[in-house]
Design a protein around this ligand. Structure first.
Ligand SMILES: [Zn+2]
Length: 229
């Protein structure tokens, strides 16, 4: 199932920056859609004429509660994530990250393209990271180093996700490049840290990953301050 090294080589580099090039809207394709309760229209029931509670001003993901006389969320913020598609305004409810299979989410969102090992992306307004199936095809010790790279992106304060309505990760191009450098450095250090697990990685696989990670580091890092160059 693994591709030849030559083929895989081509894919390694873009793997970890994929997040920054994916449209934010794509993040919303793996959600389930609740049956949204119909909102009362103006003039309906005892709201009567002049009511402000019309379909057009119904806040997203809410229904009108006659008793409380207020718009109530039709999803449970305690147990679910976000609700509104930032572009289309469609009502879509996501799971909380801890309840979601993030690999599956990433796959459904199109992040796990052929050869992509791991991704960091916005989900419910927060950064999350996961391995893609390709990344999971590596030795567990390698997987851990890929995950450390992604975790570096998650921890990077210079790139942020905001609320559900503005889900695109924000950060300057410079910060993103710096972030990749830091993340690749993290991967290299991980690969250099002696461990029983790492010593178990087939030499060929370790060499492949090392070389590709170095390529990433060389691409994103300033040669003056990168310790491995
Ligand atoms: Zn990266």
């Amino acid at each position: 199932m693994r591709q030849s090294q030559n083929n895989r080589r081509f894919y390694w580099l873009p793997l970890l920056c994929v997040i920054w090039t994916i449209p934010a809207s794509a993040q919303w394709t793996t959600v389930w859609t609740p049956d949204s309760a119909p909102a009362p229209s103006s003039g309906e029931g005892h709201l009567g004429q002049g009511s402000h509670k019309s379909n057009t001003n119904r806040p997203p993901c809410t229904e009108w509660d006659e008793y409380e006389r207020e718009w109530k969320k039709i999803y449970d913020p305690e147990n679910q994530g976000c609700c509104v598609h930032p572009i289309t305004g469609d009502e879509l409810v996501t799971e909380h990250a801890e309840n979601a299979d993030l690999t599956e989410v990433a796959e459904n969102l199109g992040y796990c393209r052929d050869g992509v090992a791991g991704v960091t992306f916005c989900y419910n307004g927060s950064k999350v990271s996961t391995l893609c199936p390709y990344g999971q095809s590596f030795h567990p010790a390698i997987q851990q180093c890929i995950q450390e790279h992604e975790n570096t992106h998650v921890d990077d304060q210079n790139t942020t996700c905001t609320n559900c309505d503005t889900k695109k990760s924000k950060g300057s191009a410079e910060d993103k490049i710096d972030g990749e450098c830091t993340a690749y450095e993290k991967t290299l250090r991980c690969l250099l840290t002696p461990s029983v697990m790492l010593s178990d990685v087939p030499e060929e696989e370790l060499e492949f990953v090392w070389n590709e990670t170095m390529r990433g580091a060389e691409y994103f890092c300033n040669k003056d301050n990168f310790p491995f160059l």
